[in-house]
Write a protein that binds this ligand. Structure first.
Ligand SMILES: Cc1cc2nc3c(=O)[nH]c(=O)nc-3n(C[C@H](O)[C@H](O)[C@H](O)COP(=O)(O)O)c2cc1C
Length: 180
C-alpha cells in the first residue's frame, strides 16, 4: 500500500520532456489503465486519440489559451493523448438525464484521465492534464464527430527534470464529519 500512496503523492504535472520515444508496450499499459476506469453504469463514454504526428501537435498547441504553462508541452511530448467524451451517455437512461447534474461525461473522463496519469507515472512517464484551450478548434483539428466533445489533452513523455509539489490543503480544512 505504501507504493500506492507514493504513486498518488509523487505524480506531478510535467511540462517539459526529453526527446525520447515511448515504448509501445508502455503506451499500451497507459491505455489499459483508461480501459479499466470505472464509469457511470459502465458506459465507458471515453474515446481516445493518440497523437504522434508533429503537424497535428503543432496545430493543437495553437489552441491553448495565451499564457497556458503547458503550451510547450504539447509540441515537445512524443505523444499527446486526447480524451474525448460521448454525450448523453453517462448519467442517462432511455435518453433522459437521471440526476440534476445532467451529463456525467466530464466526471467519467476525469477518472479515466487520472488513471492515465497514475499509470504513466508508474512507468516513469510524465504527464500534465491540459484543460485550458479552445475545445471547438481542437475538435475540428482532430475531426471529432458530432455527439462527442474533446475534454482534455494529456502530453506524455519522459520528464527533463524533477518538479516540486505545489502545496495541498490539510485534511482538516476540507473534511467534515457527519454534516458539512
Ligand atoms: C482539469 C484540469 C485541467 C488542467 N489544465 C491545465 C492547463 O491547461 N495547463 C496547465 O499547465 N496545467 C493544467 N492542469 C494542471 C494543474 O495546474 C495541476 O494539476 C495542479 O497545479 C497541481 O499540480 P500537480 O499536478 O503537480 O500536483 C490542469 C489540471 C486539471 C486537473
Amino acid at each position: 500500500m505504501s507504493d500506492f500512496m507514493e504513486i498518488i503523492k509523487g505524480r506531478r504535472s510535467i511540462r517539459r520532456y526529453q526527446d525520447r520515444e515511448i515504448p509501445e508496450e508502455d503506451l499500451n499499459q497507459v491505455l489499459e489503465a483508461i480501459r479499466w476506469s470505472p464509469s457511470w453504469g459502465n458506459t465507458q463514454c471515453w474515446e481516445v486519440i493518440v497523437i504522434k504526428d508533429s503537424v497535428i501537435k503543432q496545430n493543437l498547441q495553437e489552441t491553448l489559451s495565451a499564457g497556458n504553462a503547458a503550451t510547450k508541452a504539447i509540441g515537445e511530448a512524443p505523444v499527446v493523448i486526447t480524451l474525448c467524451g460521448k454525450l448523453e451517455s453517462a448519467g442517462y437512461k432511455k435518453g433522459q438525464a437521471t440526476t440534476k447534474f445532467g451529463d456525467w461525461f466530464m466526471f467519467d473522463l476525469g477518472i479515466a484521465t487520472q488513471n492515465l496519469c497514475l499509470a504513466a507515472y508508474n512507468l516513469n512517464l510524465g504527464t500534465v492534464i491540459v484543460g485550458l484551450f479552445d475545445h471547438d478548434k481542437a475538435k475540428d483539428i482532430l475531426k471529432v464527430p458530432e455527439g462527442y466533445e474533446v475534454v482534455a489533452l494529456v502530453p506524455l513523455g519522459y520528464p527533463t527534470q524533477e518538479v516540486s509539489a505545489p502545496s495541498r490543503r490539510e485534511i482538516a480544512e476540507f473534511v467534515h464529519y457527519d454534516t458539512f
